[in-house]
Design a protein around this ligand. Structure first.
Ligand SMILES: Cc1cc2nc3c(=O)[nH]c(=O)nc-3n(C[C@H](O)[C@H](O)[C@H](O)COP(=O)(O)OP(=O)(O)OC[C@H]3O[C@@H](n4cnc5c(N)ncnc54)[C@H](O)[C@@H]3O)c2cc1C
Length: 181
């Protein structure tokens, strides 16, 4: 078969809408698979011992109740299994040559996103650093950290390291500080 005939036949075949649609669908599937594989290798898995960089993908200030103490939601792109109940994450940075580590309990953690709610302190080392972050910046994070686990062996079960407890009722105590002007 001559090349021009083959080309004509290919073009006429491609002109048929169902084949076009099929080709587009295949290309989209391949691109999605490449993006999925690439993303998986690009983001380090959350590790309890080793702090890895995670990118800020959203940042939203939620309170201007006291201008010197803003509250903000900050979301990181992560890669992890679920965060056990009672565990938290640790953010790590270096300020003036000193390594700073602070714990945070995510308000949402779904394997590829970790959302934190922060109260920013006027002279707080970590929170001042986090407050200045923009979408696209990266922060070192490790986790899950903490020795307490709740409900792993059913309702009322608690673990503190290796120590296991079972409770029939639980009292919760909340504490905090409010500055009045
Ligand atoms: C398990 C756990 C979970 C937590 N989860 C959250 C959470 O979800 N969200 C959250 O917002 N926080 C959380 N925290 C608190 C958090 O870890 C930090 O302690 C908090 O963000 C303040 O850190 P910072 O480095 O900004 O402040 P720091 O630098 O540690 O300072 C803390 C406070 O002390 C004051 N201070 C610092 N130095 C001095 C000084 N020399 N003299 C007088 N005052 C001083 C600062 O102004 C500030 O008010 C959690 C803590 C724990 C232990």
């Amino acid at each position: 078969m001559k090349l021009d005939v083959l080309l004509d036949e290919t073009i006429s075949l491609l002109n048929e809408p169902p084949l076009w649609l099929f080709c587009v669908a295949v290309v989209m599937l391949v691109l999605a698979a490449v993006e999925f594989l690439f993303k998986g290798s690009r983001i380090a898995k959350l590790d309890a011992k080793q702090a890895n960089p995670y990118k800020v993908i959203a940042r939203r200030e939620v309170s201007s109740e006291a201008a010197d103490r803003p509250t903000l939601f900050i979301t990181f792109e992560t890669r992890a299994n679920d965060l056990p109940c009672g565990a938290h994450v640790k953010l790590v940075t270096e300020i003036d040559g000193e390594e700073i580590q602070r714990s945070y309990t995510p308000t949402r953690f779904d394997g590829d996103q970790c959302e934190l709610l922060l109260r920013v302190y006027p002279e707080g080392k970590m929170t001042q650093y986090l407050y200045k972050l923009k979408v696209g910046d990266s922060v070192l994070m490790k986790g899950p950290t903490g020795i307490h686990r709740y409900g792993e062996d059913g309702p009322g079960s608690f673990k503190e390291g290796r120590k296991k407890m079972n409770a029939k009722s639980v009292n919760l105590v909340a504490g905090g500080k409010k500055t009045f002007h």
